[in-house]
Design a protein around this ligand. Structure first.
Ligand SMILES: Cc1cc2nc3c(=O)[nH]c(=O)nc-3n(C[C@H](O)[C@H](O)[C@H](O)COP(=O)(O)OP(=O)(O)OC[C@H]3O[C@@H](n4cnc5c(N)ncnc54)[C@H](O)[C@@H]3O)c2cc1C
Length: 507
């Protein structure tokens, strides 16, 4: 299995596949991993995947929890919206967390090394061919071309993907006119309090993300059109005025400064034969909401168990078809919603300015006190609302919960135990909340698919679970099938139809 690209997407794919016992070769054309902070937000759904791998605690310990969002209008702090525990009761990780991408990649690389996988650096994929039964790929390393055979190829090679180019999969979409800058700074002043600050003043945009509590922060702002014309020579000094004047930030040191244009594109295909596109190679969009890197990681988790199954039991190859169906649908929705949000944030129309500077600061604090709205916002941004209901792998419903939904996170007793503990096995499994139908245990023994039975609690109903129903749960924590009557026959029929066999783990 060849993984092209050792950004967050390729690294997570390599880690997951290794856990399933798949031998991977992961290459990157660069000499080192990224040294700049880039993607900051690690969403709750990503942390839930990481919890399955025993990685989440390290991110929580090293990351920075963001306690609140502050809105500034015309030099004044207009609103403060607490974010701590925004998703209370929905996930083990109910808070927004910031963990710069360079540190994040280092953590993933260290974990890979611990399981015996080294990234091959200065190794560039130059070409490949799908021969039907295998992929023949050519890698340039130290000026030498080497061609080898692989069962599958994963293009995790970023926005300018060579894999996408060779596949001939278009990358339709567009590029916004605005030029943006990012600056990692050390600074003092009111916004350096470890919270998130957004200046809503006029047509420009400025946000300050805390990198830590000790005065390190990321500034993201739009560059005025006159300055943008000469962006090749743009320096931080050309754009610093806004933060200094409006938010009273005293800049002491600039550690990184860069400008970029924002694109919104989704590849026409995420799979062709034995080659796959994941992460920025498959979709790019505005950074509003901190979704990009997390979506790439979600692609990797979605594909890893399917690839492992296909490699282990060739009969499971049909599972691979669901990768594109499930992930392209989400990528398209994401690009559309981030596009709307981004356009509202950067629009210079009088109406948009009125909404930004008057309506949002006046209404946002009140709206964020409404439990239903807090819940909706959290579920959307954290990607815990992401579902695969339209996937060919998703079947059945037990009331509000349907096949394709993320398994709800619930307490399973008074001893601090939760149902997600079972997901650490990263295998197909059955869950019953209440009493199981007698045939389920026999089915479990016969098929090698564990059955987890949890004593019924009132909170389970609130989470949408149905008493005595059976849920067949995929290795990535999504419900494949929900059967209200808890029938072993329903599970059995699903397993046969989709040729599901338990995976062999490499623990
Ligand atoms: C300035 C900046 C700020 C950003 N801010 C945010 C943010 O705030 N929030 C957010 O969510 N995202 C942000 N992003 C985007 C985020 O960094 C990406 O979404 C994320 O890195 C995508 O990960 P990836 O692994 O898919 O691709 P990448 O991180 O791009 O990794 C691709 C890897 O493939 C390698 N590669 C490419 N071609 C080849 C080849 N032919 N052979 C071998 N190796 C190859 C590259 O060297 C690279 O290491 C930002 C990006 C930039 C540049």
């Amino acid at each position: 299995m060849l993984i092209v690209g050792a950004g967050p997407t390729g690294l997570v794919l390599a880690l997951w596949l290794t856990r399933f016992g798949v031998r991977v070769r992961i290459i990157d054309k660069l000499a080192t991993s990224g040294t700049t902070s880039r993607a900051l937000a690690v969403q709750a759904r990503t942390l839930e995947y990481y919890q399955q791998m025993g990685l989440a605690q390290a991110v929580v310990d090293r990351g920075h929890r963001v306690p609140a969002l502050n809105l500034w209008v015309r030099h004044n702090q207009a609103a403060r919206i607490p974010l701590e525990n925004l998703g209370q009761g929905l996930t083990p990780f109910p808070f927004p967390i910031i963990f710069p991408q360079d540190e994040h990649e280092t953590l993933l690389i260290d974990r890979l090394r611990e399981v015996g996988v080294e990234i091959e650096r200065l190794a560039e994929l130059v070409a490949f061919e799908d021969l039907g039964g295998e992929i023949r790929a050519t890698v340039r390393k130290g000026g030498v071309l080497d061609t080898g055979a692989y069962a599958y190829l994963a293009g995790c090679d970023g926005a300018r993907s060579r894999v996408r180019e060779v596949l001939g999969s278009g990358f339709p979409g567009g590029t916004y006119d605005h030029l943006f800058y990012v600056a990692d700074v050390e600074a003092a002043g009111p916004p350096m309090n470890g919270e998130l600050h957004v200046d809503l003043d006029d047509a420009d945009f400025l946000a300050i993300f805390p990198l830590s509590r000790d005065g390190r922060a990321r500034l993201i702002g739009s560059v005025r059109d006159d300055a943008a014309r000469d962006h090749e020579h743009l320096q931080f000094d050309d754009v610093r005025g806004r933060a200094v004047q409006n938010l009273q930030v005293e800049i002491r040191r600039v550690n990184w400064f860069s400008t970029y244009r924002v694109h919104h594109r989704v590849a026409q295909q995420f799979r062709k034969g034995r080659a796959f596109l994941l992460g920025d190679a498959a979709h790019i969009h505005s950074p509003v909401g901190g979704q990009g890197m997390n979506t790439g990681i979600g692609d990797a988790v979605n594909l890893a168990w399917k690839l492992a199954a296909a490699l282990e039991h060739s009969s499971s190859a049909a599972l691979l078809d669901s990768y594109e169906v499930e992930r392209i649908a989400f990528a398209r929705r994401l690009v559309a919603t981030t596009d709307q949000a981004f356009t509202a944030v950067i629009s210079s129309s009088a109406w948009a300015r009125f909404v930004r500077t008057k309506v949002v600061p006046a209404l946002a604090p009140g709206l964020f006190r409404m439990p239903a709205l807090r819940r909706f916002m959290f579920r959307t941004v954290s990607q815990t609302a992401l579902h695969y209901r339209d996937s060919p792998l998703s079947e059945g419903s037990t009331g509000t919960l349907r096949g394709g939904d993320r398994l709800p996170w619930v307490s399973t007793g008074s001893d601090g135990a939760f149902n997600f503990a079972a997901l650490a096995a990263m295998n197909w499994q059955m869950h019953v909340y209440g009493a199981p139908e007698p045939g389920l245990q026999a089915l479990s023994d016969r098929r090698g698919i564990p059955l987890h039975v949890f004593a019924w609690q009132a909170a389970m109903k609130q989470a949408g679970l149905r008493r005595n129903a059976v849920y067949l749960v995929r290795p990535d924590g999504y419900i494949a099938l929900g059967d209200t009557l808890g029938r072993a026959a329903a599970i059995s029929a699903y397993l046969d139809k989709n040729k599901i066999k338990p995976a062999t783990e490499n623990q």
